[in-house]
Design a protein around this ligand. Structure first.
Ligand SMILES: [Zn+2]
Length: 457
């Protein structure tokens, strides 16, 4: 007697094995290791998941399954005791958001897509921090996922900068992102399988750390603002499908695995990222690399149907967009764009490319376009992240910035300077090229400026 078992093996893909009734547990384990090209080493942990995410024992008593619902098989190395406190991923998590941590813990029981912080396994280490991050995210890929549906009010509101992100939980945000992709026609234009999109977005969510500011909710805000701006300015009818894909994916990816300390810290502390990227935008290079490592997972590769030629173009566009979010390049890029605005021509490829950079840069710093009750918590979150960096720099004996010193910073002054000297110039330059910016974007920013100026008094 024998039975067929369908497997989805991490890093390999789908396999089918035949199991005979006399097979013992250790033979079964060896067999699984062989199939996946792993040595049957006691330091290797095998985990087998059912379609619904339940972990099942590695036992020859395993129930036969179907091709459509393969068991997911993953391999992890046991973590040596001296490495237990040394995991990069946990170092990067500044745990200030207990609610979200609880939400993830809850999902362990009810939802298969979970980031594991188990101490029984060790991260697989490669010399590339981006590869490490992605390979150590414990994703359970799902199939036949239902598409989201929202009522008319939500659908309309989602296209506006006034959208209240605080009313949504992170999994709800994933469904909203899916809706945006569907609405922009990206699934049809690029033959993106819906399950792949869902798995990709969950994988990205798990690759965002729980920083006070640079977290998955910030990623959602930036992407939603991008969707809002391209809708209110009619760019939705002007941009090509490829440009829309580049913008949406760049927004989703633009802060992946942000460690909560900025480039200045990376360089001064000579972190792995600074050394790897020779001090050139180490964070932005890393965010981008994490994104392309996520795409190496077949179940999350939203670009799998693109021709080679198209992939090269989309990759180039995404790299340019994400690297442009380094604020050290802000004045230079905005200056270049301003020089184009008088003779801006949508038929000029260089102009269009620069507009894409302005769109992601402005979406990235757009919180003050939102109503005060939505925007203000972000100021507190960013300051908290800055203060934590300042504390860390003091402890490590590194140069510090007065702008991050909790004893010196005055929120109202910091924020009104940021709005007046960073936000308004870029949004006003864009308003010269794009319609409907004044009422929907510039006016709310000026209202915010007045609010913080008023607090200064
Ligand atoms: Zn950002």
């Amino acid at each position: 007697m024998s039975k067929k078992i369908y497997l989805n093996i991490e890093g390999i893909g789908n396999e089918v094995i035949e199991l005979f009734s006399k097979t013992t547990t250790s033979e079964f384990r060896s067999f699984l290791c062989n199939v996946a090209d792993y040595s049957d080493d006691p330091d290797i942990i095998l985990k087998l998941y059912k379609h619904d995410g339940t972990i099942i024992p590695i036992s020859p008593e395993i129930e036969p399954n179907t091709e459509k619902k393969p068991y997911r098989l993953i391999f992890r190395k046991k973590k040596p005791i001296n490495q237990l406190e040394n995991s990069t991923s946990s170092n990067n998590i500044i745990g200030t958001n207990n609610k979200e941590n609880k939400e993830d813990e809850d999902r362990l029981n009810i939802n298969p897509r979970v980031s594991s912080t188990s101490t029984s396994t060790t991260p697989i280490k490669t010399p590339c921090p981006a590869k490490n991050k992605v390979e150590n995210v414990e994703m359970i890929y799902r199939h036949n996922i239902e598409r989201p549906s929202f009522n008319k009010d939500v659908i309309e509101h989602l296209k506006k900068p006034t959208f209240d992100i605080w009313k949504w939980k992170e999994n709800g945000m994933i469904s909203l992102l899916e809706h945006m992709f569907i609405d922009l026609g990206l699934l049809d234009s690029f033959k993106i399988n819906f399950d792949t999109l869902d798995n990709f977005l969950h994988c990205c969510k798990l690759c965002y750390n729980k920083n006070p500011f640079h977290n998955f909710i910030h990623c959602f805000c930036v992407t939603q603002m991008m969707y809002g701006i391209i809708n209110i300015t009619n760019l939705v009818n002007i941009l090509t499908p490829r440009e829309k894909l580049i913008l949406m994916l760049s927004c989703i990816a633009h802060d992946l695995d942000h460690p909560g300390c900025n480039n200045v810290y990376q360089v001064n502390a000579k972190t792995d990222l600074a050394l790897l990227y020779n001090d050139q935008s180490p964070l932005e290079n890393h965010h981008c690399a994490v994104f392309f490592y996520i795409l190496k997972k077949p179940e999350a590769n939203v670009l799998e149907s693109l021709s080679n030629e198209e992939f090269v173009e989309v990759r180039k566009g995404i790299i340019q967009c994400i690297l442009a979010t380094d604020m050290a390049k802000h004045s230079q890029l905005v200056g270049q764009f301003k020089d184009m605005t008088d003779k801006f021509d949508f038929k000029n490829e260089e102009h269009r490319n620069m507009l894409l950079l302005m769109l992601i840069k402005s979406a990235d710093i757009s919180n003050e376009v939102r109503p005060t009750h939505v925007a203000e918590p972000w100021v507190d979150n960013l300051l908290e992240e800055f203060f934590m960096q300042h504390d860390k720099e003091l402890v490590e004996g590194l140069p510090v910035s007065a702008l991050m010193d909790r004893k010196k910073v005055k929120k109202s002054i910091t924020q009104s300077n940021f709005i007046a000297f960073v936000m308004i110039p870029i949004f006003e330059a864009m308003a010269k090229v794009l319609p409907n910016m004044n009422d929907n974007v510039i006016k709310p920013i000026r209202t915010s400026l007045a609010y913080y100026k008023n607090l200064e008094v």
